[in-house]
Design a protein around this ligand. Structure first.
Ligand code: 13P
Ligand code: SF4
Length: 305
């Protein structure tokens, strides 16, 4: 079946916008109206005039779109597309953690459930975390959750001491430092670029650290012609499209695979995207009251960005 043309015609019929994260498979990126990092996707969701938002990403991203658009239909091709980082921060445990530090300001990474967001003072993404943490009043102590590697990196950039929730991402924690060093030796002109969710041992080798969008922009502006890319390999599609003459080498994980894919992101397929638009399901729904509670810290993030 020609899913692409069917998706394009359903998009018109539904007055829908398709938002896709850089970690989606290439065909989904190519059929999307907008491809971006989690901040850019949230900003698009906030300003869209479409009646239906089709979110090609993981659950917390579609949930963010729903929090921002409680009256719109938000579709996610596979509702089971979760996030290991978000799953490793259950709301009841986070509540108990927060209670240990009652006077702390809570800065929470967008890779978290709506229930955890609702317990936070401000939300951050990997592209604005440094800027936002720097804005937290100097007399406030800070909790940062749920990614400890991003938190440690932000603490170094801002000089702010933070209590870190001990979470991590199953994709970014398995890059092999040894393989990256070997790639550097094999490609002496290549620059290493890494997402801040990577472990410190990997970040130490990076010439540039940033969100997916910032990594993409760096490869466009920088004079280097080859890059070793330490993040989910879906981003290579846009890098190669933007700079066809440059070489992009995915940094390998330590499990013997050549590149590193997020199993949650990759649950979405063109077929599921087509079916979800045709059937207007699966839909992202929020329990009453939760969206409103999570909106406050999310709005503060959009304001401070
Ligand atoms: P970005 O903030 O770069 O979109 O990253 C989201 C993510 O899930 C990284 O694993
Ligand atoms: Fe979550 Fe990691 Fe997948 Fe990003 S790459 S969606 S943080 S599991």
């Amino acid at each position: 079946m020609d899913f692409e043309s069917k998706i394009r015609s359903l998009k018109k019929d539904l007055n829908a916008v398709i938002l896709a994260h850089y970690y989606q498979e290439s065909e989904i990126q190519d059929v999307a109206d907008f491809v971006g990092d989690s901040l850019a996707l949230a900003q698009q969701a906030e300003k869209t005039k479409a009646d239906v938002i089709v979110f090609c990403g993981v659950h917390f991203m579609a949930e963010t779109a729903k929090i921002l658009n409680p009256h719109k239909l938000v579709l996610l091709p596979d509702l089971a597309a979760g996030c290991s980082l978000s799953d490793r921060c259950p709301p009841d445990k986070f509540k108990a953690f927060k209670a240990l530090h009652p006077d702390h300001f809570v800065a929470t990474y967008v890779n978290s459930s709506a229930a955890v967001k609702a317990m936070s003072d401000v939300i951050v993404t990997s592209s604005n975390a440094v800027k936002i943490v720097a804005k937290v009043p100097k007399d406030r102590k800070i909790i940062f959750a749920p990614d400890q590697h991003l938190g440690r990196w932000v603490a170094r950039q801002t000089g702010r001491e933070m209590v870190l929730w001990p979470g991590s991402c199953m994709v970014h924690e398995i890059f092999s430092e040894k393989a990256i060093v070997q790639l550097k030796v094999a490609h002496p002109g290549a620059k290493v670029i890494a997402h801040p969710e990577c472990e410190e041992a990997v970040l130490r080798h990076a010439d540039f650290i940033g969100s997916t969008k910032q990594l993409l922009e760096f490869t466009q502006k920088d004079a280097a012609t080859s890059f070793i890319v330490a993040t989910e390999s879906g981003i290579l599609h846009q890098m190669q499209k933007a700079s066809p003459s440059k070489q992009f080498i995915p940094a390998p994980p330590d499990n013997g695979c050549a590149c590193n894919e997020c199993p949650h992101m990759r649950l979405n397929t063109m077929e599921k995207l087509y079916r979800c638009m045709r059937d207007k399901t699966p839909r992202l729904e929020l329990p009453p009251g939760l969206g409103e509670a999570a909106l406050k810290p999310l709005k503060l993030m959009l304001e401070w960005s």
